[in-house]
Design a protein around this ligand. Structure first.
Ligand code: MTE
Ligand code: LUZ
Ligand code: MOS
Length: 761
């Protein structure tokens, strides 16, 4: 692509394409769509037992209740009762057995939502309880796994461990996290002619919804169209689990021949759909007196819930991030995918990365405590550096911007550590902690096949441009970024590019918008389509301007051959007159990447995104309450496509990460009931929790060393892990109050109870 400088559309802080509609309420989500004639509303009838045989499912009263159009069980599924995104054997509706509370058993559709809900309450289900496994420990003890244990290793851990002058053991635990998207899961299925169906789904993965609905209905993929204009947040929760909602809506629509909407109310959403995996990590580390890690032997166990879903790739990413930013010469990381009788955990921003990074940061903390050094000193001697720059899975880390990020951060936070120490010297009940948190995050799906994207671009005869691509908009700003790419490609003003809802009949066979790679891959696909059309337009322009295609330049809404020019709309019309196609598809696959899952080696990531932050926390040693007082963040977004959107992503990811490590606590009772299934009991961060000093900067002058879309870097997930610094800062404060022996017992989330428990034992 021509380098047009200064740019017309990219690298500008353009608002999100729906920003004004978001705040004015004019943005249409599925639940806002104009009500269709004959629309039915669905409600899910769920298991109330964690593990049980279904003795009897009596739905006669449900079927006879006012307004009910249908009530369906597994027996009513015309195709295959399987909603597994990767592995088979994950029933949409329970058959003879239930394996978690909240597992759908039946779905009822009625004329109104209240009628559907009331009818669902009339189901009579009898169970025979079976032994349930609820915790990671019990699952590991029983060797109950959703996928086989994984082993990532390099070097000779046993020899290096035995030879190390010092050794320690430790563990780290972090809880799960509900996605708490503002829009709960929803789908509306509308039967069409001749067995066709149109499904509106709040999904990050329209193609997977298409696949699973096709499988459930026993229909060809081509009969089904899935459409999503926008989600009110996804955060990974709508990568695979949106298919369950869409699947149930489609079954009811298929049965009744009427449009059916299924929207989970918040409590149902929290009980029925999966969350972030909670993690137990155990480690042994061999090290020297300077704090160099010589050998690391780690076990990472994730609570996966009742079925595999995406847990295999999540665990793989956890293992591939258990190095974070550190060189581990001899390393062994065992991954355990604990199968429990709890809801199936799923993708959540970071996709296992946060759990791996959390684990190795605990290693750093333990080494610092053992040696009486600061965590920063331990980090400094262990960072990747030239000659110490191969990851445990064998990938060279390539261009490393972390040293630059850290150097800039140090100037931002100069004097802060000393100020915290001075405060602690004179404060008895309040104690502060300060922590620096570095992050290295691998960009690409760790399943190489998924790293592909497509786009469809039309130029109309007035010069306006229609853009469609395989990526979905969940608030992250993908649509505006890809529109910027297309505008830049044609060198026309952004207002001429019109983005349309993502649909499987426009761009087929897409990947989930996930792994932070939405812009990277869909942007390249869109640019490929633009290039195709420009090539054809250049021929027409050359004829009109008495030049050759090679001399044609697209610049600022005009097309030039030397000093002769024609406007972009005039050229579009001329192409039509000359019978030249103004429509093209584009395709992209990420180069260079490969990964062998069996040996856990390869080059799974096209590049790494780096970031770092400095965080100051204060705790009240009487109540255990913790607050984050300041956070300075620096994220490497390459040459940002849109600095406004990117800064928003960094801030949002950090605050969401704060929620994970500071306050969001999922509590299950001994029977496997989720007790925290509403905002009354589950606390997400609010505006009040945002640090009073919150400074976010993007690394300047840092074009991606890889030829990514306009040299930008992915941003969606990496800064989530910066928030682990909040936990580390609280832990420093606990250490200042009660010593490191106590501080090392702190568990995430660092709720007041957890902080008190750590302080007092
Ligand atoms: N930002 C908003 N506002 N809403 C979201 O749901 N999801 C995150 C991140 N940022 C999310 C978000 C997750 S989990 C991912 S993988 C990326 O956005 C996906 O979009 P991208 O690949 O276009 O960055
Ligand atoms: N790998 C990954 C995946 O790194 N991120 C993802 O979101 C994902 N989803 C499905 C399968 N592999
Ligand atoms: Mo994001 S967890 O990859 O949807």
């Amino acid at each position: 692509m021509n380098d047009i400088s200064p740019t017309i559309a990219v690298h500008k802080p353009t608002p999100h394409e729906s920003a004004s509609r978001h705040v004015s309420g004019a943005a249409i989500y599925i639940d806002d769509m104009k009500q269709k004639e004959g629309l039915l509303h669905a409600w899910v009838i769920c298991s109330t037992h964690a593990h049980a045989k279904l003795l009897n499912v009596d739905l006669s009263a449900v079927a006879g209740a006012p307004g009910v159009a249908c009530v369906l069980t597994a027996a009513d599924i015309p195709g295959m009762n399987d909603a597994g995104p990767i592995l088979p054997g994950e029933p949409l509706l329970a058959e003879r057995e239930v394996t978690t509370i909240g597992e759908p058993i039946a779905v009822v559709a009625a004329a109104t939502l209240a009628q559907a809900r009331d009818a669902a309450g009339l189901a009579r289900i009898t169970y025979e309880d079976l032994p349930a496994i609820l915790s990671i420990e019990d699952a590991v003890a029983a060797e109950s796994y959703v996928v086989a244990p994984m082993l990532l290793k390099r070097g000779d851990v046993d020899t290096a461990m035995a030879a190390a002058p010092l050794r320690l053991n430790g563990e780290a635990q972090a809880g799960g996290q509900d996605h708490f998207y503002l829009e709960t899961q929803i789908a509306q299925a509308e039967p069409g002619e001749d067995g066709a169906m149109h499904v509106f789904s709040s999904t990050q993965h329209p193609t997977e919804v298409q696949h699973i609905v096709a499988r459930l209905l026993g229909r060809p993929l081509a009969a089904l169209t899935v459409e999503v204009r926008r989600m009110g947040g996804g955060f990974g929760g709508k990568e695979s689990h949106a298919s369950l909602i869409a699947g149930m809506a489609a079954l009811c629509a298929n049965k009744t021949g009427r449009p059916v909407k299924l929207r989970l109310v918040r409590d149902a959403d929290m009980v029925i759909t999966g969350k972030r995996h909670d993690v137990n990590a155990k480690f042994e580390v061999g090290y020297d007196a300077d704090g160099h890690i010589l050998a690391m032997d780690m076990e990472i166990a994730l609570r996966c819930g009742n079925v595999a879903d995406l847990s295999g790739p999540v665990l793989t990413r956890a293992l591939c991030h258990a190095d974070n930013a550190y060189w581990l010469p001899h390393v062994r990381v065992r991954g355990l995918a604990a199968k429990t009788n709890t809801v199936s955990n799923t993708a959540f921003r970071g996709f296992g990365g946060p759990q791996g990074v959390f684990a190795i940061e605990a290693v750093i903390t333990h080494l610092a405590a053992a040696l009486g050094k600061s965590a920063d000193e331990i980090r400094r001697v262990n960072y990747y550096a030239p000659g110490r720059d191969i990851t445990p899975y064998g990938q060279h880390i390539g261009a490393d911007n972390l040293p630059r990020v850290l150097a800039e951060l140090e100037t931002e936070i100069a004097g802060r550590r000393e100020a915290v120490a001075a405060f602690n010297a004179s404060s008895r009940l309040l104690k502060k902690g300060f922590a620096v948190m570095p992050v290295k995050f691998g960009i690409s799906f760790n399943l190489p096949t998924l790293n592909q994207a497509g786009a469809l671009v039309h130029v109309y005869t007035d010069g306006s441009v229609h853009l469609n691509h395989g990526g979905t908009e969940m608030g992250q700003g993908l649509y505006v970024k890809i529109a910027q790419v297309v505008a830049e490609g044609f060198s026309i003003d952004l207002e001429h590019v019109h983005v349309s809802a993502t649909r499987t009949d426009k761009v087929p066979n897409t990947s989930a918008t996930a792994a932070s790679s939405g812009t990277d891959i869909n942007g390249m696909a869109a640019l490929a389509a633009v290039s195709t059309i420009k090539g054809r337009m250049a021929e027409v322009a050359a004829a009109r301007l008495e030049s050759v295609p090679e001399e044609i330049v697209f610049a600022r809404n005009r097309v030039y051959a030397g000093n002769r020019s024609i406007s972009f709309p005039e050229l579009a019309l001329a192409c039509w007159a000359d019978r030249v196609s103004l429509s093209a598809t584009g395709f992209y696959k990420t180069p260079e990447i490969h990964f062998d899952q069996a040996s856990m080696t390869g080059h799974p990531f096209y590049y790494f995104a780096h970031g770092a932050c400095g965080v100051e926390a204060v705790i009240d040693t009487l109540t255990g309450e913790a607050r984050i007082l300041s956070a300075n963040l620096i994220q490497d977004c390459g040459t940002s496509l849109n600095p406004a959107v990117d800064i928003g992503q960094v801030e949002g990811a950090f605050v969401q990460g704060m929620g994970w490590v500071m306050m969001e606590e999922l509590v299950w009772d001994g029977q496997g009931n989720l007790k925290t299934h509403a905002p009354s009991t589950y606390k997400i961060p609010t505006a009040r929790d945002v640090p009073p000093v919150f400074v976010t900067k993007l690394l300047e002058n840092a074009p991606n060393a890889k030829p990514t879309i306009f040299r930008s870097k992915a941003v969606g997930e990496p800064p989530f892990m910066l928030a682990i610094g909040c936990f580390l800062a609280v832990q420093e404060a606990v250490a200042a109050a009660a010593g490191w022996e106590r501080a090392l017992t702190l568990r995430a989330p660092a709720t007041p109870e957890a902080v008190l428990r750590a302080l007092r034992g």
